[in-house]
Design a protein around this ligand. Structure first.
Ligand SMILES: [Zn+2]
Length: 326
C-alpha cells in the first residue's frame, strides 16, 4: 500500500471499516460491560476473520482493535501486565489481514481518566496514550485514529501524543447531546482540533445516521481539513439519541440494528455533504460496509450476473423483485 491516507483523501472519499467490539461481543468473543479487547491474544482468529470481512466488503482502512487497550481499562480485568502484548497483537493481526490492500490505522480512545483542568489527570491520560502508541509503533501503523472522545480536552491530549509520531492523525468525537462534555458545539470542537494539527476531524459512535448527519454537517461547515463520520448501526430515539443510553445497551441491541440500506443512505448523504472519510462504528457489520462500498462506487452492485427463472422461482426475491430493481 504505497499511498498514504492523505494522498487517498485528496483523490476522493475513503471508506473506513465497521465496529469490532460489539460485533465480536455478539459472536461471543468480547465481554459486554468492560468491552476490553483481550480477544487480540485469546481469539486472534476471530479478530482476523472480522478484519478480512470488512476488507472483503470494501473497507480501505482497517482500525487496530486497541479500543480500551489502555493500562487502566485492562486492569479492570486483571490484564494490565499484558498491555504491550495486546496492543502489539492488534496491530500485527490488522496488518496481516490488510495484506497490503488496506491501510492500517492505530487506534486510541477515551480513557475515562480525564478531568477538565486537573493537571494530574491530564498527565495520566498522556502517559496512557504514549504507552499505547509506543507498543503500536513497535509493529507499525500507517496513521492514527483517536476516537470516541466525549471531552475535546482529552481528544487534544491524544492528538498531541499521536502527532509526535509524525504520522497523519484523525480525531473523532462522540456526542451524547448537542455539545461535548466540556461544553463545545461540534463546530467549535472541530475547529479546536483542526487548529491543534488534526489532519481529519469528525464524529464517530454514539449516534445513528439520522442523529449524526446534522453534527457532521456542522463540522463540515466549520473546518477546512478533511472530515470523517462513522455512525453506529443501532436505532436511537428522540428521548435517548445515543445508543449507549438505550435500555437495550449493551447486550440486547439486536432489535435496534439498522439495515445495510440505512447505512448505504447515510454514505450517500455524507458524501453529498462533503464528508471525506465515511465508515461505520458499533453495530456495523460486513453487510453494512458492503452496501456503503456499493453506494460510494467502491465495489460493483452485483458480484456476478445471474439468470432468473420465473418458471421455477426459488424465492420471492427471484420471482417478484430482483436486487437490480431496488
Ligand atoms: Zn462505536
Amino acid at each position: 500500500m504505497s499511498k498514504s491516507i492523505l494522498e487517498r483523501l485528496k483523490e476522493g472519499v475513503v471508506l473506513g471499516d465497521g465496529g469490532y467490539l460489539l460485533a465480536l461481543e455478539s459472536r461471543g468473543y468480547v465481554q459486554a460491560g468492560p468491552f476490553t479487547p483481550e480477544v487480540t491474544i485469546e481469539h486472534p482468529n476471530a479478530l482476523r476473520a472480522l478484519h478480512e470481512e470488512f476488507l472483503h466488503a470494501g473497507a480501505e482502512v482497517l482500525q487496530t482493535l486497541t479500543f480500551y487497550a489502555s493500562e487502566n481499562k485492562l486492569a479492570q480485568i486483571g490484564y494490565a501486565n499484558r498491555l504491550g502484548e495486546i496492543n502489539r497483537a492488534a496491530v500485527k493481526i490488522a496488518r496481516e489481514a490488510a495484506s497490503g490492500k488496506a491501510l492500517v490505522a492505530g487506534d486510541l480512545c477515551l480513557t475515562w481518566k480525564y478531568k477538565e483542568g486537573d493537571s494530574r489527570s491530564i498527565d495520566d491520560c498522556r502517559r496512557l496514550f504514549d504507552t499505547q502508541i509506543g507498543y503500536q509503533m513497535e509493529v507499525g501503523v500507517d496513521f492514527f485514529i483517536c476516537e470516541t472522545f466525549l471531552w475535546v480536552g482529552e481528544a487534544l491530549i491524544a492528538l498531541k501524543c499521536a502527532k509526535k509520531t509524525g504520522l497523519p492523525v484523525m480525531v473523532t468525537l462522540a456526542f451524547e447531546g448537542p455539545k461535548t462534555r466540556d461544553g463545545k458545539t461540534p463546530g467549535e470542537a472541530a475547529k479546536i482540533l483542526e487548529g491543534a494539527g488534526a489532519d481529519i476531524v469528525g464524529t464517530n459512535c454514539w449516534k445513528d445516521p439520522y442523529y449524526m448527519l446534522p453534527i457532521v454537517e456542522e463540522i463540515r461547515r466549520a473546518v477546512n481539513c478533511y472530515v470523517a463520520a462513522q455512525p453506529v448501526a443501532y436505532r436511537c430515539t428522540p428521548e435517548v439519541p445515543f445508543f449507549t443510553g438505550l435500555k437495550a445497551f449493551p447486550d440486547k441491541l439486536d432489535p435496534f440494528q439498522l439495515t445495510r440500506y440505512e447505512l448505504g443512505d447515510f454514505a450517500k448523504r455524507a458524501l453529498d455533504l462533503g464528508v471525506n472519510y465515511i465508515g461505520g462504528c458499533c453495530g456495523c457489520e460486513g453487510s453494512h460496509i458492503r452496501q456503503m462500498a456499493r453506494v460510494l462506487g467502491k465495489v460493483p452492485l452485483e458480484e456476478r450476473e445471474w439468470a432468473i427463472d420465473y418458471q421455477h422461482p426459488q424465492s420471492a426475491t427471484e420471482a417478484y423483485k430482483t436486487l437490480r430493481e431496488r
